[in-house]
Write a protein that binds this ligand. Structure first.
Ligand code: TXA
Ligand code: MG
Length: 341
């Protein structure tokens, strides 16, 4: 049985909420609790308790070689996790914390190998969400939290997504309404000479370059096999709908015709502006939002992928986006969902 708490996002006041106190107690007692953040919902456990961390991997069905992000409620907690804080990491934290940015830094010996999957580094993030930080503070420990989905499903941006994937498998869920940004945090490796963006997300490459300087930022991009383990999670097929997803650049009409000829039931994900063009030609049309508002498209993308997945069409066709700014994170998630098609 999974406990369900509802909390309004009233700035600051939720620290006093009995639901947060109860949920925090749950975490400090070694249980797992899902909670909202400004990116997606996370599944939290006491990062200092191996048994609790095991429960996270088990509930998600997550491979044990994929390390977790440790969430902190205040910057001071960082020192308990990092053996050193590289200058670029400090600069990035000063600029973007609390916020959708995860920093990989050398770990302290005391940080569990379960959390870091045996790596010598640890991923740390201070979320910009009052409920998330109140929960971490109520728990009184750093909180290890991957996205609160079953492994291979789109990350949850609503409490109902978490329920759908994990009801009965976790101790509790705090419903704090829709997550904000809608895609996961940017992950930046700060253990080398230059900052390496391992996963594009809520903080854009352009924003990172603006504080570190363009020459000090690398994108992991097409990771060769040799450096693949740098971001272990990126090698798994994520966010995958059960029907095949195809990304279509310019030839939507031709692709629709071809799939139609093959007798397929077709779903299309496209910007609102193209609704009148494609809707009459297909079985299901899901408007992603306006082409002029990429943040809005990001915020609802996982919900739309879940809708497409539940619709039982034979093939899902999705428009592509430019990879600048927020578009980089959107395209990264779509390319993973499509696994190259
Ligand atoms: O926005 C987010 O980051 C959300 C919310 C809940 O904070 N969390 C999230 O966690 O997306 P997860 O577990 O779904 O993704 C964490 C990513 C994975 O790709 C993992 O491999 C990578 O971060 N990661 C974690 N620790 C790492 C480390 N020490 N070195 C390299 N990559 C690491
Ligand atoms: Mg995830």
């Amino acid at each position: 049985h999974t406990q369900f708490w509802s909390v309004d996002k009233l700035d600051g006041e939720e620290t006093l909420s009995p639901a947060i106190t109860e949920a925090g107690l749950c975490i400090s007692e070694g249980e797992t609790v899902a909670f909202p953040t400004e990116t997606v919902y996370g599944l939290g456990a006491d990062a200092t308790n191996d048994n609790a961390v095991d429960k996270v991997f088990e509930a998600k069905g997550r491979p044990g070689d994929n390390p977790l992000i440790v969430h902190i409620g205040s910057v001071e907690q960082w020192g308990d996790l990092a053996s050193v804080i590289p200058e670029m990491a400090q600069t990035l934290a000063d600029s973007f914390w609390p916020g959708p940015l995860t920093l990989i830094v050398p770990k302290k010996q005391t940080v569990s190998e379960k959390v870091t999957a045996g790596l010598s580094s640890v991923a740390v993030r201070m979320p910009d969400h009052a409920v998330a930080r109140a929960l971490i503070n109520a728990a009184g420990v750093p909180v290890a939290a991957p996205s609160a989905n079953r492994s291979g499903r789109p990350s949850p941006t609503k409490a109902e997504h978490v329920l759908y994937d994990l009801d009965g498998r976790i101790a509790g869920i705090i419903d704090g309404g829709d997550a904000g940004f809608g895609l996961e945090s940017t992950v930046v490796d700060c253990t080398g000479e230059k900052a390496v963006i391992l996963r594009p997300g809520g903080i854009t490459r352009e924003q990172i370059e603006a504080v570190l300087g363009t020459l000090n930022v690398l994108e992991s991009g097409k990771t060769s096999d040799s450096d693949a383990p740098k971001a272990p999670g990126m090698k798994y097929r994520h966010y995958a709908p059960s029907s095949p997803l195809l990304l279509v650049d310019n030839e939507m009409e031709e692709v629709i015709a071809k799939e139609r000829l093959a007798g397929k039931k077709i779903g299309v994900l496209a910007v609102d502006e193209n609704k009148t063009k494609w809707e009459p030609l297909v079985d299901l049309f899901i408007p992603l939002g306006s082409v002029d508002n990429l943040s809005d498209i990001a915020a609802h993308l996982y919900h739309h992928l879940r809708l497409a997945d539940e619709s039982k069409v034979d093939v899902i066709l999705c428009e592509t986006f430019s990879k600048s700014g927020v578009g980089s994170a959107i395209m990264n998630r779509l390319e993973k969902a499509a696994s190259g098609s």
